[in-house]
Design a protein around this ligand. Sequence first.
Ligand SMILES: [Zn+2]
Length: 422
Amino acid sequence: MSVPFLLPCRLADPAPTQGTTVLNDARLFDGTGSPAREHVSVTITDGRIESVSDGQIEPPDDGRNIDLGGRFLMPGLIDCHTHLTIKTAPELREGEEALHPGVVGHIVGSNLREALRMGITTLREVGAHGDTVFEVRQAIRYGAFRAPRLLISGRLVSSTSPQARHFPNMYREADGPDEMRKAAREQIRAGADFVKIMTTGARSVEWENPGPAQMTREEVAAVVDEVHRLGYRVAAHCEGLEGTRLAIEEGVDTIEHGFYLHREPELLQQLAERGGVLVPTLTFLHDVADRKATQWTPHLVERGAYNVQEARRTMAAAIEAGVHIAMGWDGVPEAMAASELGLMVEAGMTTSQALTSATSTASYALGLDALIGTVEPGKLADLVVVDGDPLEDIGVLVDRERIYLVVQSGTPVAGTALETRL
Ligand SMILES: [Zn+2]
């Protein structure tokens, strides 16, 4: 995995709270995959975790003590695959007032606030219409509201293809290695944090055959070379095995979907050996196949049901091969992203592995593992306190009443503990 160069301005981090806060009597899941520990205290100073200790800690005289009463404490959740503008605009009835151009941005902002309320402290946006998410991120940066930390792909770099017609203002079509290289540079110019390429067609577009690779090996290699050279990472949309093979062999950092990979164990092995990451996005497959099947064409529903079975086999094979697997929701609304973890458990992960996929492995996938993803000294204090035990029932993470406290860079920002009740 290439190590990305992280500009502080790209992370739009909120200013950390100064001073010391001690979270006492936590049941700590630190995100590394180690078992939870009882009666742990976490000391936070100037927004970062200073120490993690067994037993009670007295805060300094000017510090703050928060007694968690044995509640479950874990790193803030990280969603590695979301589309913040898809299905965001309200569906208008005939005769209703047309939407003003900026309305979707306000709705995205509102959805992000609710995502933070549910304990999601960082997310990676992998394809949006127009520049809305850049605008929203800038508003966050300049203090308009608190939201998860956003990493943004910019336009999706693809060959000339049907999907680019299907999703207006979301793609940058390019053909040939030089044009692909330029398209990637344009995303960095626009403020992208990484570049996403489309190595195959998409299961959500009926004109597409996701089987063959849509980019040539030379095109994939050109983007990977350019983006890595500039210090950024590459994510690749991968369905059919031929495009998936190009992405893995040419050094793409994160493989999105990849649900046929169980058929090519040597590719999974190669991905594991070089530390690449698979983001399986099971939710979207289920949405098409069953949960939201009425919204899709019969052909896509049929293909979706087949893909669910393939994805489950790939999850088992990827776990067996030791591939890093990161959580990516690929659904709406963003606040419900942790429901992906339930599907990952159904597909063969332990609850501990699933929580790790949304914390330490997700931070590794994003190149932020030096900053977030575990509860360890030196990391930013992005934390969630839960009423309940996600190791017993991972579904508590999508129960709003169970999200007791969300801490972002050391600041308590959301949760039932902060909400007054009538
Ligand atoms: Zn997606």
